[in-house]
Design a protein around this ligand. Structure first.
Ligand SMILES: N[C@@H](CCC[C@H](NC(=O)CCC(=O)O)C(=O)O)C(=O)O
Length: 354
């Protein structure tokens, strides 16, 4: 089935979601998005890997980038979509194909916007920062990301969420000595030694700092544990993987330093990290957007490419349909009314002179 960006938003959302696009498997969906955008005279459509970019060239004084990712976290028995009351359920409905549906609808509807627009539908957002297609595009075609302001259509319950928290991953490995579990005293159990690390994580009190008026909420959590080779062998090695979510007053280097300070007796191996972004809602372009779409801004707890645009010097906000607390949940859904709220808010903002 092809995508009809001029049609009903719920049909469009369901069609987007029913093309499974777990990170690394975005090609089929990118093909459909590209076809849906082609043939619109006001849009130049480009393809870069599994990223589709559509741009207006109207000679406006301002250019705004509106971006959304096509990939999702792994499916958990929640495809194909289902409709229940005023909600569309299914993997990606909330994070973030609701936003992608709104982007497609507004991209084709806004033929003469007062600002030039760059619509970016990109791949590999839900995985390590190095795989994110915007990392490649920023280095190979930075011109494609140029703008005076950016909107990331991540789930925000149709209200602006400012900035984003950073994310850092590290592992801690303990070493022991293998032995027969019937003679455990001959060995040393590496899994038991993880208890010390796990206790620090369990007892850690996450901070909730206010940054530029918005309250963030940090988190330090074990996300995986490995160790053990058989049911009768004392494990000689064990590893815990940890994810630290940090508020945007800390840099990535500060975050690493903080984690080391919590576990001074252990070697931490940092495996992935991406800094967050301060809200920046006092920048005029952001303030105009907040005023046009309405609602009280709050903080974005997840990591989003607002961080990338901010680092590139492009002020950016998150705004899209779907309750972010349902992102990645098995019962992920998008409320239908928020699709229309976001579409109408974007059109209202685009009605205002730049
Ligand atoms: N490179 C990062 C990518 C993770 C992106 C993901 N973002 C969201 O879920 C945004 C939705 C939200 O929470 O509001 C995340 O934060 O995990 C990484 O690998 O961590």
């Amino acid at each position: 089935m092809s995508l009809d960006p001029h049609g009903d938003l719920v049909v469009l959302l369901r069609a987007l979601v029913d093309v499974e696009s777990v990170s690394g498997n975005e090609t089929a969906l990118a093909d459909q998005v590209e076809s849906a955008l082609q043939g619109h005279e006001h849009l130049e459509v480009l393809r870069d890997g599994d990223t589709v970019i559509a741009r207006t060239h109207l000679g406006r004084p301002e250019r705004v980038v509106i971006a959304g990712h096509l990939d999702t976290v792994p499916v958990a028995g929640n495809l194909p979509t289902s409709l229940a009351g005023d909600r569309v359920y299914g993997r990606g409905t909330c994070d973030m194909k609701g936003g992608v549906a709104v982007m497609l609808a507004v991209a084709v509807a806004a033929t003469t916007p007062p600002r030039d627009l760059t619509w970016i539908f990109y791949d590999h957002e839900e995985v390590e920062a190095s795989a994110n297609s915007l990392t490649r595009i920023a280095s190979e075609r930075p011109d494609l990301l140029v703008g005076d302001f950016a909107v990331l259509m991540e789930p925000t319950s149709a209200k602006v969420e400012g900035g984003c928290q950073g994310t850092l991953r590290f592992t801690v490995t303990t070493k022991g000595k293998a032995a027969h579990s019937a003679r455990a005293w001959m060995g040393h159990n590496a899994i038991h030694d993880l208890a010390e690390v796990l206790a620090v994580l369990r007892d850690h009190e996450p901070e909730q700092p206010v940054v530029d008026g918005l309250r963030y909420h940090e988190g330090l959590n074990a996300v995986a544990v490995t160790g053990g080779i058989a049911g009768n062998v004392i494990p000689d090695t064990a590893t815990v993987s940890v994810n630290y979510r940090f508020a945007p007053h800390r840099s990535l280097a500060d975050a690493e330093h903080y984690c080391r300070s919590l576990l001074p007796d252990h070697d931490l191996t940092f495996t992935d990290g991406a800094a967050g972004a301060r809200p920046g809602l006092d920048v005029p372009a952001a303030a105009t957007f907040v005023d046009a779409v309405g609602g009280e801004p709050s903080a974005k707890f997840g990591w989003t490419d607002v961080a990338r645009f901010s680092a590139l010097g492009v002020p950016a906000v998150n705004f899209g349909p779907g309750d972010p607390s349902k992102a990645h949940a098995d019962d992920e859904f998008c409320p239908i009314d928020e699709l229309y709220t976001c579409r109408d808010a974007l059109l209202r903002w685009l009605d205002r002179p730049a």
